[in-house]
Design a protein around this ligand. Structure first.
Ligand SMILES: Cc1cc2nc3c(=O)[nH]c(=O)nc-3n(C[C@H](O)[C@H](O)[C@H](O)COP(=O)(O)OP(=O)(O)OC[C@H]3O[C@@H](n4cnc5c(N)ncnc54)[C@H](O)[C@@H]3O)c2cc1C
Length: 565
């Protein structure tokens, strides 16, 4: 009990282990104790969910944590997210509208076997000097100026240890959130079930159609995170480095009750009705020894009232907030939280007063969650609308790559000047960005009544749209803080044009408005008649931009109205 660690991390999962590695890399002599309640090393394949990474988390793991070598040798490269939409005959995969990259992506990402990864990171962080105690369940924390005390139980015996900092990484155990009572409900009620199957599953084998197969190089579809989507749900197929496959169903209970999917047998019956080809291809794979596990999680979204405290504690990973796995963002949130936590800990250990930073980082993190909620809330009801989902997915990628990803890869989230300039006032560009996103997410809901067609036989690639391709490719570009702020402003202006272009197309189809309408993206709404004046004369009303319009036309499946005032 005499020793006072610099940091105790209760919870040695993805968040806790990555945080310890990040801290050790930044300050090799920092003393860290990780308490992990699980006794043994994790099994491969059938461990935790959270297997697909996207750009922000990939940058974090490869560049910030320097795990590039491990990831390339032991985990799979990922070929982006891939979507198959509603169709009239779901027995034929080739007839569905497919959205996903054709060619190998320049910016990498990975498919993670969580068991293999966590086992590697456990030994790696110990080789860097962190202490890890397995089978140690953190039971309580007492906060004190002279070192916080953590009591843990192991083999039926309680032990108390001390540290200057506590970083809670207990996942859904949420040690500190429960103790200090900052649980915050999240109004996004979606459920998930998932299971792992032995062996590789390549959806290229799900059809004999050679034209369809040859749209991509062999094995590229296999390496994607595949989503089969229709009203109220999506089904994932994810390949794992251990040569097994992860399958999941994520569903809004308003359309697909949890009770219809909460056992393996019920999930198969559900697949038979909703995704018959998946049923046909997956059911035989789960027979005998083929089914490795089956897990369920009801109402997985949760929020957090607090995140970082100047009293030297914080929460990272799922012990804080979690929204929705649609775009695989869980490890992004870990990367963001760990980077804020690391910055606070290092500054405090160096003797700096961190009270302002702790408050600013918490505000920035909570604002990020707030901005991202509308991406998911009530959106499962739109998943059977191909045109809306294509617009939405492109929009969601655009806002992700052009603002948070870029700020993260440029270390802008730990630069007070950058945060202040971008997010401090309601008129700051970052705050406008949040407003713009809310408006567009609402537009997708308003447009649903007009989007009635079922589309088939279409392949669409995010890189068909040049401005999206450019944003993805530029993610690793480095800017000085001033240039970063200017770049984000420039990107938000382009997002405004993208929003206006989508609105012109939707409004022309729904309300027969002309294609050369001036549009204020912050006033967009699809109410017949009344709203139009403020949309066309609002302070930000912009005329069509020929170049952007041309690019947005690529992802519009209906016939385009010709320009006429
Ligand atoms: C359906 C679904 C799909 C998802 N898909 C993705 C995806 O594709 N990509 C992605 O990035 N994210 C995804 N996520 C999110 C991802 O699962 C989480 O972000 C991630 O697992 C959280 O890691 P963590 O370390 O916070 O929690 P965990 O990985 O759960 O780790 C917490 C650790 O703390 C330990 N622990 C708990 N209580 C105590 C205690 N009291 N004392 C000591 N130890 C304790 C546990 O044993 C565990 O090892 C998904 C989430 C869901 C629900």
């Amino acid at each position: 009990m005499d020793k006072i660690y610099d940091v105790i991390i209760p919870g040695g999962g993805l968040a806790g282990l990555t945080l310890s590695i990040q801290l050790k890399r930044a300050k090799p002599d920092i003393s860290i104790l990780i308490l992990e309640s699980m006794d043994n090393a994790a099994p491969t394949a059938a461990h935790k969910v959270g297997e697909s990474t996207v750009e922000l988390a990939t940058h974090y793991m490869r560049e910030v944590l320097d795990l590039k070598g491990y990831l390339e040798e032991h985990e799979l490269p990922k070929h982006g997210l891939r979507f198959f939409f509603k169709t009239t005959d779901k027995n034929d995969i080739t007839n569905r509208v497919e959205l996903g990259p054709r060619l190998k992506l320049p910016v990498p990402s990975h498919q993670l076997d969580r068991g293999t990864l966590e086992n590697y990171m456990s030994s790696h962080t110990q080789s860097l000097g962190s202490e890890l105690i397995r089978g140690a369940r953190a039971k309580d924390v007492l906060f004190s100026e002279h070192g916080h005390q953590v009591t843990y139980s192991k083999d039926g015996q309680d032990t108390t240890v001390k540290a200057r900092w506590i970083a809670d990484a207990t996942g859904r155990g949420s040690l500190l959130k429960r103790k200090l009572n900052f649980v915050k409900p999240m109004e996004h009620h979606v459920n998930a079930v998932w299971w792992r199957l032995k062996g590789e599953i390549d959806i290229d084998d799900w059809s004999e159609n050679t034209t369809w197969k040859s749209q991509l190089e062999p094995k590229l579809r296999y390496l994607s995170t595949v989503h089969f989507m229709d009203k109220g749900y999506w089904v994932w197929v994810i390949p794992l480095g251990s040569k097994n496959t992860s399958i999941g169903i994520v569903a809004d209970p308003a359309v697909h009750p949890f009770e219809d999917i909460n056992t393996y047998q019920k999930s198969l019956t559900w697949l038979q009705t909703n995704e018959p080809l998946c049923y046909k291809m997956l059911k035989p794979r789960g027979e005998g020894e083929g089914l490795l596990d089956f897990r369920v999680l009801k109402h997985f979204a949760h929020d957090s009232g607090q995140l970082y405290s100047a009293n030297r504690w914080g929460v990272v990973g799922e012990s804080g907030a979690f929204l929705d796995p649609l775009y695989s963002p869980g490890s992004d949130l870990i990367a963001l939280a760990n980077s804020w936590m690391t910055d606070l800990i290092l500054r405090d250990l160096a003797g700096e007063d961190i009270s302002i930073r702790a408050a600013v980082y918490e505000k920035a993190h909570l604002a990020h969650i707030e901005n991202w909620i509308p991406i998911y809330q009530n959106k499962y009801l739109l998943m059977g609308n191909t045109q809306i989902m294509v617009f939405k997915i492109f929009w969601d990628w655009a806002i992700y790559w052009s603002v948070p990803c870029l700020i993260f890869t440029n270390k802008g989230f730990v630069n007070l000047k950058v945060i202040k300039e971008l997010f401090a006032s309601p008129s700051a560009i970052g705050s406008k960005f949040g407003e713009l996103n809310k408006r567009i997410q609402q537009l997708f809901i308003e447009w649903q009544q007009y989007d009635i067609e079922i589309f088939t036989n279409h392949y669409i690639d995010p890189f068909d749209v040049p401005f999206l391709q450019k944003w993805q490719q530029e993610l690793e570009m480095q800017y000085e803080p001033k240039a970063l702020i200017e770049k984000v402003k420039e990107n938000v202006l382009l997002l405004e044009k993208f929003a206006a272009a989508m609105f012109r197309l939707m409004s022309a189809k729904a309300l027969d408005t002309p294609m050369d309408l001036k549009v204020d993206p912050y006033s967009i709404c699809l109410q017949p008649g009344s709203g139009l004046t403020s949309i066309t004369t609002g302070p930000n009303a912009m005329p069509p931009d020929e170049e952007i319009d041309k690019q947005v036309d690529i992802i519009w499946f209906y016939n385009k109205k010709t320009v006429s005032s």
